[in-house]
Design a protein around this ligand. Structure first.
Ligand code: DX5
Ligand code: ZN
Length: 218
């Protein structure tokens, strides 16, 4: 489905080659580049911060979609906006003041996203709908690539799409997206699919064609 955007997660890329990896996935048809920021506190893994985002920014022509799996969020929003993030997504579980965080993201000039862990109900974003440009439904517990898709989340996507109504809000799916799991979430109303392991498998910067094949297969 051409109206569905594919956002490869560079969590599955070669960390010593982010610039070339971002160029390769865009050349191979990626719509957005999804950047997973982890702090070893909100999630049990550590990736990188705003300096790395700023370094890769010039290598991305399109949308840099930054997913913050960090707590607290607010002290770092400006740094990620200054690094060139087009979209900054914060977790509803990351602190007591998600509404304030979303205001701060828009205030810093970025589009605002809110992410929900698998155990968090759709209703948790009901009073945030006028604050967000994107809702990220986690279909794995965040922290690692290559995990198994959690099917109970398809129903959450359907609920969210109904709740959103005609507001211009993306529903993004993150975790375990493959050619097998994608159709159910797309028919439930998702329009952005993050995929890490399913995009990067079999390819590399010196052999990028598999990235394109994998993107087209989703
Ligand atoms: C999980 C990250 C995801 C992850 C997806 O914590 O937010 O973006 O990289 O990886 P796959 O597609 O391999 O599940
Ligand atoms: Zn992510």
């Amino acid at each position: 489905d051409r109206s569905v955007k594919i956002a490869p997660s560079i969590l599955s890329a070669d960390f010593a080659n982010f610039g070339a990896e971002c160029q390769a996935i865009e050349d191979q048809g990626a719509d957005w580049v999804h950047v997973d920021v982890m702090d070893g506190h909100f999630v049990p893994n550590i990736t990188f911060g705003p300096a790395t985002c700023a370094a890769i920014r010039p290598h991305i022509k399109g949308v840099m979609d930054v997913h913050l799996m960090i707590a607290p969020v607010d002290p770092y929003i400006e740094a990620f906006a200054n690094a060139g993030a087009d979209i900054i997504t914060a977790h509803v579980e990351a602190g007591p003041h998600i509404h304030r965080s979303l205001q701060a993201i828009r205030g810093a000039g970025a589009k605002a996203g809110v992410a929900l862990n698998p155990g968090t109900p759709a209703e948790s974003v009901e009073y945030l709908l006028d604050m967000v440009d994107l809702i990220c439904v986690m279909t794995v517990n965040p922290g690692f690539g290559g995990q198994k898709f959690i099917h109970s989340q398809v129903e959450k996507v359907r609920k969210l799409r109904a709740m959103i109504g005609d507001r211009p809000i993306h529903i993004e799916i993150d975790g375990g997206v493959t050619p097998e799991t994608a159709p159910a979430v797309v028919s439930a109303g998702a329009d952005v699919l993050v995929a890490g392991s399913a995009v990067f498998k079999g390819g590399s910067v010196s052999n990028p064609a598999p990235y394109g094949e994998n993107i087209r297969a989703i």
